[in-house]
Design a protein around this ligand. Sequence first.
Ligand SMILES: [Zn+2]
Length: 150
Amino acid sequence: MKSEIETKLEQFAIKRSYPFCYSCYSRAAQSGVCAKCGTDDCMREYPGHGVEFGTQWIYKAILESELEPISEGDAFEDYMREVYPETTVVGFLNLDTVTTMRDQDPTAWDCAQSEWMDAQLSDEVFFTPDNGTTIYSMSDVEALLEKGGG
Ligand SMILES: [Zn+2]
């Protein structure tokens, strides 16, 4: 099922692109119907980026060119630093909690990071257009839609 933000991004992509009839190899009317052959099975032309079916590739390119993706590792570290005390006493050592956790058990750290990220994505704190390869802050995506999406 498509999320609300994906629907908005699709509309945004449609606004920034044109229907394109591949058989006639020309732009079709804004309605999406080709004036020459009458087909409504049009691809989308995104100027400067080519012609493809669908809209996801278009908003992926828009997000890529207009937003800075977040670093999953940095975002998780920031979160962990909020949750845990800055330092932890081990014996007579006063150690940086986050660094110590990560160094002591990198596998558990990675596991926690990926669970946390899944939760952020399903809570729509973050948004990924490509199954987690690129991650954006949802507020950045919303600001972009507000600014340019109309
Ligand atoms: Zn045509």
